[in-house]
Design a protein around this ligand. Structure first.
Ligand code: C2E
Ligand code: CA
Ligand code: CA
Length: 898
């Protein structure tokens, strides 16, 4: 990765300028403390070289007051949080210097012998509570919580160091027998005060993991103060003290050290809350441990000297240390486990899959987890102190700018980030403003690479919206496109066309060729349909053999039928599947809708309905939706819901249409034809409710009822002697009923209830029903046959099946469909067809019955062709049972048209 000046800066030049200023300011600030140290050194050399008077009266105060000034300057420059604490330190120093100056004044100007102790000592000693107050404030700032472990560590170290000072610095005073109590106490007060200061400095240090240079300067100052005070006290009591010697260097180091500490930039850290809790390091345990070992060591040394003088002090210190160490170790286990969990956290951060970056106000990276290099694919050094904006896409860089000027923001965004290899990665970025958190002091950006996830999402979305077999849009995407097309059409005041395509008899293709071949065929169909469309049109597959087309260009209303025709033409050539040529036909429904009037779902429903009508009207054609289709559909729905009630409530009636001998017009039998006597809509013809009964399954109870009723009527006629033994009743049974397990029982029950013989019952099954829906062996037909019932094939000629094939079924009668009868008389082709059927039927031992005979010529033609039995309006229309009874009663009456 390259982050150089040639890349655009994220927030303009302001950022760079501000940064330079920081560096410059940081430079002078860090130089100042060094200059101060050098000056202090030069002054102390001057102090030692010069004679006492100028040294004590000029150089010494200069050193002292410069340290006070240094603290004030340091505070103003670095603006630490605990300014009051530092001013207290300056005040403490000032008090001490005032003491020095008073002493020098009396000693060197007034040439008076300054007594010990004197009022000047009061001034000197006043320094301790002031400095202590300042240090306590710093400690409270740095470790506001109750850090028990650090407190104990500081106490242990102070105890050990205290014993040492006691031994080396304080006890010698007591050995000097000839001094007063006041002198003695005053002498002890100094080193004791110094030890107290030292204890606080130690406490300040153990509270945090990092000890800045400012701390070491303070500590050095106090140690020197302690040594100088102790030596002074000792020499003074022994009468060996004389002014202006090397020991003065101790105090000078104290002054200059503290002044330099305040000038050093790290002084801010002393009042910054320690972010990391103190660690149980080996070094720290060693320091604390050695402090605890001081009493036995001292005892040992005195033993060696053969004179144990401080038995009591050593014993008391040992006891106190014992208690402190005990208290400390009790907390150690918890601390170690805390440390382990911290180590665990560190390791987690290192191996995390997220990159965590901290950026400053200007957008520069100030911290990054090790994982960042991996996630962003670049070296750590390439990121640190560089503007993160350089890695972001322009829009995202602007968003970063907004985040940086918004305080307290916590949000999750998606950014495009350029990774080390130059590719753009999608990152989910959680931004949290922790600029108020002193431990972090920046905007925390947690980045997670979601490139793969987004790609997967996109693929899933594509899959969710496309058909897997043909890759065409699926139903839900198509619906969406129609919605948008409608809103576009609204603007240009145009129409939107939806074509609904359903392949004809595709189920048969699938069943006979197998599903893989069926799938290949569908892919081929999709490809051909596409060739019939313009680029702006949408072709979709709804699943199975259903397709849809969306038209929105040009005058859709005018073009829709032409497009439907083109689609059908595209499928005209048969498809090559394996070694077979498979013809494919399609029925198409067209719906044209106007934006603002029609909805997408409405259009799809209308096209579907029109397609359904196309199927009903003979398949392989297209129909355009008209509102009546909708009304019909609704009526069909009503019919479906009312039909069950109709069966139960006796609203069905059976009409009878005579079947006659063409030559004589004598009634040979009658076909039972059901009607629905609807309480509001009157007599409904079977074509208006049988299809619904088929789809709902109601055709089974309906068939059972007609069977029973027709047989009962037949039984009544027989009983009344109106018909002879050869007279039969013909009942239509749906293929669906024939497939149902109940059919045999229904027939047996009807026959039993009527008392008529099975031979007087003819069951009619349509040709298509026989071919499509029955098992090849036609087991049920054989069972019916075994009962003695006769069987007829209805509507013969409409199902394209050969009679030879039908001969495998045990059939007695072939009913020639009306469409063939219509072609009779004057039409050679029609004649030939009927003759062929009649001849073959005779050969197979079947009787032919012609349906729908309406005029005498047809009857004549049938006679000529050898078809002797017929049915049609020429002879009689279907009539209610009562009328039929009447007709049967007119014995000898022949049903010949007038
Ligand atoms: P289908 O079995 O072919 O019945 C003959 C149909 O042709 C009857 O119509 C009849 O009225 C009509 N028809 C007879 N002669 C002529 C003629 O000369 N000219 C014309 N134009 N039509 C003639 P219908 O009664 O409306 O029945 C229609 C169809 O409904 C039947 O056709 C049959 O498939 C079905 N159907 C009727 N009753 C039942 C039934 O009880 N069960 C079942 N499953 N289907 C039935
Ligand atoms: Ca029939
Ligand atoms: Ca028929």
């Amino acid at each position: 990765m390259k982050i150089g000046p040639e890349l655009p800066m994220s927030c303009g030049m302001g950022m760079g300028a501000r940064r330079r200023e920081n560096i410059v300011r940081g430079g002078t600030a860090s130089a100042l403390w060094k200059w101060y140290l050098v000056t202090g050194f030069v002054l102390s050399v001057a102090y030692l070289v010069l004679s006492p008077a100028p040294a004590k009266l000029i150089v010494w105060p200069a050193i002292g007051w410069s340290s006070v000034a240094a603290i004030v300057v340091g505070v103003r420059r670095h603006r630490p949080d605990a300014r009051v604490a530092w001013y207290l330190l300056a005040l403490g120093l000032a008090t001490f210097i005032v003491g020095d100056d008073l002493y020098s004044f009396q000693n060197l100007v007034q040439h008076a012998d300054v007594p010990f102790p004197s009022l000047i000592d009061v001034v000197y000693l006043a320094m301790y509570p002031i400095l202590a107050a300042g240090l306590v404030l710093l400690i409270r700032r740095r470790t506001p919580g109750r850090d028990r472990a650090s407190l104990l560590d500081a106490a242990i170290i102070t105890c050990g160091a205290g014993l040492l000072s006691w031994m080396i610095l304080i006890v010698p005073y007591f050995r000097t027998q000839d001094i007063g109590v006041l002198e003695r106490l005053t002498s002890i007060a100094y080193p004791l005060g110094d030890i107290a200061l030292l204890a606080m400095i130690v406490r300040l240090a153990v509270g945090s993991g990092r000890r800045p240079i400012a701390f070491w300067l303070l500590a050095t100052g106090v140690v020197n103060l302690l040594v100088a005070d102790a030596l002074y006290g000792y020499l003074n009591l022994a009468g060996l003290w004389h002014e202006h010697n090397v020991i003065d260097g101790g105090w000078i180091v104290f002054y200059v050290g503290w002044g330099a500490a305040a000038l050093h930039p790290s002084m801010r850290e002393l009042s910054v809350r320690a972010s990391d809790s103190p660690r149980v390091s080996r070094r720290r345990l060693a320091v604390v441990g050695s402090a605890a070992l001081i009493p036995p060591t001292v005892l040992f040394v005195e033993q060696l000297q053969g004179n144990v003088v401080d038995g009591a002090a050593i014993a008391i210190t040992s006891a106190v240390l014992f208690v402190l160490v005990l208290a400390r170790t009790s907390g150690l286990a918890g601390e170690v486990s805390e440390q382990r969990s911290e180590a665990r956290f560190q390791s987690l951060v290192t191996h995390a899959s997220d990159a965590i970056l901290v950026v400053d106000d200007a957008g520069f990276v100030r911290y990054q987890t090790p994982s960042a290099a991996r996630v962003l694919g670049c070296e750590a050094s390439e990121l640190l102190d560089r503007p993160i904006g350089d890695l972001l896409a322009a829009d995202d860089e602007r968003q970063l700018g907004v985040l940086l000027v918004t305080a307290g923001v916590t949000t999750t965004v998606e950014w495009q980030v350029r990774s080390g290899d130059g590719t753009w990665r999608d990152m989910e970025v959680t931004a949290a403003d922790l600029r108020d958190d002193l431990g972090i002091d920046g905007l925390v950006l947690t980045m997670r690479d979601i490139t793969e996830r987004k790609a997967l999402d996109a693929e899933l979305r594509r899959q969710a919206l496309h058909d897997t077999l043909t890759s065409l849009p699926n139903r839900s995407l198509f619906h969406d496109r129609v919605v948008h097309a409608l809103s576009r059409a609204f603007r240009r005041q145009g129409d939107v066309g939806v074509l609904f395509l359903d392949l004809d008899d595709f189920k048969m293709v699938n069943d006979s060729l197998g599903h893989p071949a069926g799938d290949d065929l569908l892919v081929g169909v999709a490809a051909r349909l596409l060739t019939a469309l313009k680029s702006g049109d949408t072709l979709a597959r709804f699943g199975g053999d259903e397709f849809a087309v969306l038209l929105e260009d040009g005058d859709v209303s005018l073009a829709a039928e032409a497009v439907a025709q083109r689609l059908q033409d595209a499928l005209r050539e048969p498809f090559r599947v394996g070694d077979e040529d498979v013809p494919v036909h399609v029925s198409i429904g067209i719906a044209v809708g106007r934006a603002g009037v029609d909805t997408a779902s409405g259009l799809l429903r209308d096209a579907d309905l029109a397609m359904y009508v196309a199927k009903r009207n003979g398949k392989s054609r297209f129909e355009r939706f008209v509102p009546e289709m909708h009304e019909q559909a609704i009526r069909r729905l009503e019919v479906a819901s009312e039909l069950r009630g109709a069966i139960d409530n006796g609203q069905l009636v059976v009409f009878y249409q005579p079947i006659v001998a063409v030559a004589t017009g004598r009634m040979l039998g009658a076909e039972a034809l059901v009607r629905w006597n609807h309480p509001h809509r009157g007599l409904i013809q079977p074509n208006d409710f049988i299809p619904v009964a088929e789809t709902t399954g109601l055709v089974i109870p309906l068939g059972a009822w007609v069977l029973e009723e027709a047989c009962r009527q037949m039984g009544a006629w027989r009983q009344a002697g109106l018909v002879d033994d050869t007279f039969y009743v013909s009942v239509n049974l749906s293929a669906r009923h024939l497939r149902d397990a109940s059919v045999l029982d229904d027939v047996i029950h009807a026959l039993d209830a009527s008392g008529m013989p099975a031979s007087a019952l003819l069951i009619e099954v349509t040709e298509t029903g026989l071919v499509e829906d029955l098992d090849p062996a036609g087991t049920v037909l054989h069972d019916l046959k075994a009962l003695g019932v006769r069987l007829a094939i209805d509507d013969f000629g409409t199902g394209y099946s050969s009679l030879a094939r039908l001969s495998t079924f045990p059939l007695d009668v072939v009913k020639i469909d009306k469409s063939f009868v219509d072609r009779l008389a004057g039409n050679a082709d029609g004649d030939a067809m009927v003759r062929a059927v009649v001849d073959l039927s005779h050969t197979l031992g079947m009787t032919t019955v012609a349906e729908g005979v309406e005029d005498p010529e047809q009857a004549a033609a049938l006679s000529r062709l050898g078809c002797t039995v017929a049915q049609g309006f020429l002879f009689a229309r279907p009539m209610p049972a009562a009328d039929m009874t009447g007709a049967l009663g007119l014995e000898g009456r022949e049903l010949v048209a007038p």
